[in-house]
Design a protein around this ligand. Structure first.
Ligand SMILES: [Zn+2]
Length: 266
């Protein structure tokens, strides 16, 4: 009997101990898991926080650059402006260098990529509406990048074309004071256009064709931030076309636009 009792007690103790030992173990595992999750979340949160701080310098102005056109043209039509019954092509193929045979979309992307670096060196936060020539982007989608970023300036880079090969010079394009979609942006868009065209022509040394005010550009009409188009020069003019392909003149064009943006914020 004694032996049986002892065995029974040992069995009970064993069950009790293993039972007790198991429970804290499960708890411990669960606790570790929870703890680890919290730590991971904390670390991720810290990372995200520091990332936001690095990217979002409160004092840095945001510039959105739009390299005109693309190697793959966005299909279909879009309203001329928000709520408009008039439709325009979502994008067009642009012009081509009469002598260089370089398509406009290549020149605009090449120049925008260099301009982005120059602006970043000057302390701006810069976003691009496209970074490759295989990316179709419509005019609304381009404007949306500037709107979503709440950009301080939306600068659209294009080169001009004409049936008359002797036509040359640069111009900027903005909306009119009577624009049916964003009339409140006229003053700032005009100031941006003036600042850029004047500095651009001064530094590049090209003919200044001034600011063209029109409400026919859907990319400008869809922008909720100050916007301008700069037409760098005429790719249909053999001399200006070849000049715009030289690294030296590209450097001047970049300095000109960057100085114009600086001057807009002064
Ligand atoms: Zn163009």
């Amino acid at each position: 009997m004694r032996r049986k009792k002892r065995i029974f007690l040992i069995l009970c103790a064993a069950l009790f101990l293993t039972g007790c030992a198991d429970k804290p173990q499960i708890k411990q595992v669960k606790n570790v898991e929870v703890k680890e999750d919290k730590e991971v979340h904390k670390q991720l949160y810290k990372k995200a926080e520091s990332g936001v701080k690095e990217e979002k310098d409160e004092s840095a102005k945001i510039i959105v650059l739009d390299p005109g056109h693309s190697g793959i043209v966005a299909e279909g039509n879009e309203p001329l402006g928000p709520g408009s019954a008039e439709f325009k092509a979502a994008d067009t193929s642009g012009t081509t260098g009469v002598s260089s045979h370089v398509p406009e979309y290549e020149l605009t992307l090449q120049l925008s990529a260099q301009l982005k670096k120059e602006l970043e060196n000057r302390g701006y936060t810069v976003l691009m509406t496209r970074e490759s020539n295989d990316q179709p982007v419509s005019c609304i989608q381009r404007a949306q990048v500037a709107n979503d970023a709440k950009a301080d300036a939306y600068v659209r880079i294009h080169a001009n074309g004409s049936t008359n090969q002797s036509v040359q010079g640069a111009m900027t394009i903005c909306t009119t004071p009577q624009n049916p979609f964003v009339p409140e942006l006229y003053t700032l868009s005009r100031k941006l256009s003036d600042s850029i065209i004047n500095k651009f022509c001064e530094i590049a040394g090209c003919e200044n064709d001034g600011v063209w005010e029109t409400d026919t550009m859907s990319g400008n009409n869809w922008s909720q931030v100050p916007a301008t188009i700069i037409e760098l020069g005429y790719m249909t003019n053999p001399q200006e076309d070849m000049l715009m392909q030289t690294p030296e003149y590209q450097g001047k064009m970049i300095q000109g636009i960057a100085a114009g943006i600086d001057s807009f914020f002064e």
